[in-house]
Design a protein around this ligand. Structure first.
Ligand code: ADP
Length: 241
């Protein structure tokens, strides 16, 4: 079976999932600020950030050298490295680990790129099962509007351009991310991810996220006294949608 059963580490593992533009990073960052202000020690890790694969990924992406299988193996290598260095040690030390994307990203994206779902699950068999996995579900129009609103061009792989679906990045993004969305639905059912409506305002989602996180913090040691909430940790801060 892919992904181990609930772990026995003193820490807590919270992961966010969703297609690009779903708003998961925004929510995780707000949660981090909140948890720190509540007195918890927090460690953050994100997808594809391990130094051991960085250069290879950069070079391979630039020249579009990777087949879906190689891409999948590189992501699994990144994950294995971070799992050992950045996820397990803080969990063993009693910290809250926040992960921006987890193995579920591979289950959804690599399957959308044509890799065999059973093969991908087997690759990530060593992964610790999170205490809470939140899936921010948005439709493609919302994701495209957010991404193109914030920057000029869609990234090549994020738009699935390596698959030759369309020469137009936005069309390619729509087709590819629709496939990813279908896979995410399957993954959410299979692994019991908690589905949140990512189309709502930042504030509404953050409120729900904190409600969902609260029960899993029971019994967790705080390392410092809660601070008086700074503006960034409150949900009425001006400018926060
Ligand atoms: P992801 O990590 O899922 O790719 P981000 O959190 O980076 O998404 O958000 C993508 C863009 O959408 C950013 O410009 C962000 O400010 C904006 N955004 C995030 N959440 C919302 C929301 N609920 N409503 C409107 N815009 C949002």
């Amino acid at each position: 079976m892919a992904i181990h059963d609930p772990h026995s580490f003193p820490g807590r593992l919270i992961v966010v999932e969703g297609i690009d533009g779903s708003g998961k990073s925004t929510q995780l960052s707000l949660l981090q600020t909140f948890l720190v202000s509540e007195g918890y020690d927090v460690s953050f890790t994100e997808w594809n950030s391990s130094p051991i694969v960085k250069d290879t990924t950069k070079r391979g992406k630039k020249k579009n050298l990777f087949s879906p299988t190689t891409f999948s193996l590189i992501h699994a290598t990144d994950f294995a490295d971070r799992h050992e260095r950045s996820i397990l040690p803080p969990l063993q030390a009693g910290l809250i680990v926040l992960a921006d994307r987890y193995a579920y990203t591979a289950f959804a994206r690599d399957a959308a790129r044509g890799c065999d779902p059973a093969w991908i699950r087997n690759l990530y068999d060593f992964a610790t099962r999170p205490d809470l996995s939140l899936y921010f579900k948005v439709d493609i129009d919302t994701a495209v509007a957010r991404i193109t609103g914030g920057r000029i061009q869609l990234k090549f792989h994020e738009a699935g351009m390596d698959l030759g679906l369309s020469p137009d990045p936005i069309t390619s993004f729509r087709v590819f991310q629709n496939r990813v969305l279908e896979e995410y639905d399957r993954v959410a059912d299979e692994f019991g991810l908690t589905v949140l409506d990512g189309g709502r305002s930042v504030v509404e989602q953050q409120r729900e996220m904190r409600k969902l996180v609260k029960p899993i913090l029971k019994g967790l040691r705080r390392t410092h006294a809660p601070r008086t909430a700074p503006a960034s940790a409150t949900l009425h801060a001006t400018g926060t949608r």
